[in-house]
Design a protein around this ligand. Structure first.
Ligand code: UGA
Length: 439
């Protein structure tokens, strides 16, 4: 099939490359010329495992290319995926839908015949009819354009895997047995035929599928982190507790790793956007739980600051603190709402000299946090440090031998904010070890 992907950020670039992998002919469209040039040279403007290789391979095969022209995109295919970003409005909880509506508005005048517009962007429930109305108003083909809702559940760092082998496919349509359904089933045929659960539903359910999934994932993380606070106060071990709970198949261990909490461009924004939409719908009380989820998540960052202060005898001024981690999670260079950087910045504001290291995210972190010091080598970063904080659980960090590191540190003191360091080995190596949620 021929298809386009409008908006080539994390979601769109991954979707475009993955659709080429499924043997489709794909034209990615983005109004950022630099991004288009990078993608056409087989390079994503962000770090995602295997994506550059896949981009390069399909650009070479001719199945994938990128453009900045809506005219070209509209002429290329009759199936258009929309994957533009829907960030949080500055100073508000609600989504900024301007990129979505602008993309639809710019594509519409070029749609002269029947087409399917399949939206993947995360939105508040009730957005699909607004997209349909825009297309009806501005597309010459009018109501011959069908709108489909196809939420995406991919995680950064396993984006391609999640796209090609998703846990489920959700397809939302205005009416049953539509032409759009036939088109999307054909597009995803190779995924569906492997037995992937495929749920065909209405627009609102498809929109809510994404909002509720992210709300649940955030709740699960904040739940275990709330329990971590009780563990800290009572001398229990939250990591063991999470394992114990996780053996119950109704609970499950995945997505319940205790620690510094969630960040990134999705979970924090999506729980707030969901609350804002519930408020508009007059059911805000139904989602007050998410206010707590957000608050618990922010407390973990405060708790880390308190623990650091405690370890440094109540005085942060002039203390040398090394932070392992800048990315919001491992295997990405994404620093949006990174818990590690939030802690780093706060410690700097409180008078500490903060040195940050990260395998991928230093360049991005330096742009937004020039006040911090950066160093590539995690062992060298610990030289003369008064305190080491482990805040993003890159596997590289847990493989470092704490014995030779102890000699480099000013004082061998560490706080594990992610629960993945072997605290016993670190203690044996002479470190004073504290960990969130552990005795
Ligand atoms: C999240 C969802 O997991 C995806 O399903 C969804 O498609 C995506 O948002 C989106 O809306 O686009 P992502 O933000 O890439 O994906 O990352 P996650 O792996 O969910 O991690 C989010 C944050 O939670 C990270 O800061 C991570 O460190 C933290 N986390 C995750 C925990 O603290 N504990 C866990 O058990 C899991």
């Amino acid at each position: 099939m021929k298809l386009t992907v409008v908006g080539c950020g994390y979601l769109g670039a991954t979707h475009a490359a993955s659709m080429a992998e499924l043997d489709h002919e794909v034209l990615g469209m983005d109004s950022d010329m630099d991004k288009v040039a990078a993608l056409n040279s087989g390079k994503a403007p962000f770090h995602e495992r295997d994506l550059d290789e896949m981009l390069a391979r399909h650009i070479a095969s001719g199945r994938l290319k990128f453009t900045a022209s809506y005219t070209e995109a509209a002429a290329f295919a009759d199936l258009h995926f929309i994957a533009v970003g829907t960030p949080q409005l500055p100073g508000e909880h609600a989504y900024d839908l301007s990129h979505l509506f602008s993309a639809v508005r710019q594509l519409a005048p070029h749609l002269k015949g029947p087409a399917v517009v399949a939206v993947k962007s995360t939105v508040p429930v009730g957005t699909a009819p607004r997209v349909r109305d825009l297309l009806n108003e501005f597309a010459p083909a009018g109501d011959a354009i069908e709108v489909a809702w196809n939420p995406e559940f991919l995680r950064e760092s396993s984006a391609i895997e999640d796209t090609l082998r998703p846990d489920r496919l959700v397809l939302g349509f205005e009416t049953e047995h539509s032409w759009a359904e036939t088109v999307l089933r054909q597009c995803f045929e190779k995924i569906i035929e492997t037995g992937t659960p495929t749920i065909v539903t209405d627009w609102a359910t498809a929109e809510l599928a994404k909002a509720s999934a992210n709300a649940f994932l955030a709740t699960k993380i904040s739940f275990i982190n709330a329990i971590a606070e009780v563990c800290e106060a009572s001398g229990a071990d939250v990591t063991q507790l999470a394992d114990i709970l996780g053996h119950d198949v109704r609970i499950g261990r995945r997505g319940m790793q205790p620690g510094l909490g969630f960040g990134g461009g999705c979970l924090p924004k999506d729980i707030r956007g969901f609350m804002a939409r519930a408020d508009e719908l007059g059911v805000d009380q139904a989602l007050t739980i998410l206010r707590e989820v957000d608050a618990i998540n922010n407390w973990r960052r405060e708790r880390m600051i308190d623990l650091a202060r405690e370890q440094l005898d109540g005085n942060l001024t002039g203390k040398r603190i090394t932070i392992w981690g800048a990315a919001f999670k491992p295997n990405t260079d994404d620093i949006r709402d990174s818990p590690a950087l939030a802690v780093a910045q706060k410690l700097h504001e409180l008078g500490a000299t903060v040195t940050v290291t990260d395998p991928q995210a230093i360049d991005n972190a330096r742009k937004t946090h020039p006040e911090l010091d950066y160093i590539d080598d995690p062992s060298a970063a610990v030289q003369n440090a008064d305190l080491l904080l482990h805040l993003t659980e890159w596997p590289q960090f847990s493989h470092i031998d704490p014995h030779h590191l102890a000699a480099r540190a000013g004082t061998p003191r560490v706080i594990d904010g992610r629960g993945t360091l072997n605290t016993e080995t670190w203690r044996e190596a002479g470190w004073t070890v504290r960990a969130l949620g552990r005795p």
